[in-house]
Design a protein around this ligand. Structure first.
Ligand code: MG
Length: 282
């Protein structure tokens, strides 16, 4: 497949390119009638092997930067030495950091020497809005996916308490491998998350340990700003990150990172060192 989007059914991909007017998932979500659209499109699309195509980030061009939560799992707050927050701690991660499943995390060693991992459940907003109440927040969700909130700790902790640079390097937000629509995950409050580096488990927990639940997160964010279709909210990471280990551990070129969430799948990326000349202008 070249461009476009598809529907994953077990080991197959339904190629929607010739049967939908929506050129991207974001267009489908913005059109609003996605339940009907997906059903209709799935009935018409041609089936191709999933392995025959490369998966980009599910929404490679969201309407803005990603919204992310800090310290939203009790064990992670504990390992970092911070106190548990009384309200969601929000920060931004540049959308230019997005990459897809099996794309390399390219690290420039002259920029950062402390690259860390963070598996996170991502909320994909379907219907936008302001002042959304927790009680009906899930009506605003299109689905869920996985992110690795890759973090340059040396930059993050050098920047006076805000994290934009350390969280936003090119390639530092692997996301995918796909979005699972909300009808397939009726209860997002007890999903197992796991992150492995070269096959060794580093993080393992459940979304039941979230300090602020998904409806509470949506209520809190939308009290402050308008949510738009396609907005991506990273809900925080459990314990087991590299910098808090004794001794600290960081990712090196060649490392393979698998981020898995029950009911969604596994997002895999390999770390590579950036070499050679600067990236051409885009
Ligand atoms: Mg994070």
């Amino acid at each position: 497949m070249n461009g476009g989007w598809g529907i994953v059914v077990r080991d197959s991909l339904l190629d929607t390119r010739n049967v939908t007017q929506h050129r991207s998932l974001l267009e489908l979500i913005r059109a609003g009638d996605w339940v009907h659209d997906l059903k209709r499109t799935a009935g018409l699309a041609e089936e191709i092997p999933l392995g025959s195509t490369r998966l980009a980030a599910p929404i490679p061009h969201p309407p803005g930067d990603m919204i992310a939560l800090g310290l939203n799992y009790r064990p992670h707050a504990g390992e970092t030495g911070f106190t548990l927050p009384s309200r969601p701690i929000l920060f931004a991660k540049a959308n230019t950091s997005l990459i897809g499943h099996e794309e390399p995390i390219v690290v420039d060693p002259t920029v950062t020497q402390q690259v860390d991992w963070e598996v996170e459940l991502v909320i994909v907003i379907g219907r936008g809005g302001r002042d959304i109440r927790a009680g009906n927040a899930l009506e605003h969700v299109f689905g869920y996916t996985i992110a690795n909130d890759v973090s340059a700790r040396d930059l993050q902790f050098a920047d006076g308490g805000q994290w934009y640079r350390g969280k936003s390097l090119d390639g530092f937000c692997p996301m995918g491998p796909w979005i699972v629509t909300i009808d397939e995950i009726p209860d997002p409050a007890d999903l197992t998350l796991e992150l492995r580096v070269n096959g060794v488990i580093k993080q393992q927990d459940s979304t039941s340990q979230l300090v602020f639940t998904i409806p509470e997160i949506i209520e809190s964010v939308s009290a402050a700003r308008t949510l738009r279709p396609g907005d991506l909210i990273l809900t925080g990471t459990p314990g087991g990150v590299g910098f808090a280990r004794k001794p600290p551990e960081f990712l090196l070129a060649g490392d393979v990172v698998d981020a898995s969430i029950q009911g969604i799948g596994t997002l895999r990326n390999q770390v590579k060192a950036r070499t050679g000349a600067a990236t051409p202008e885009v």
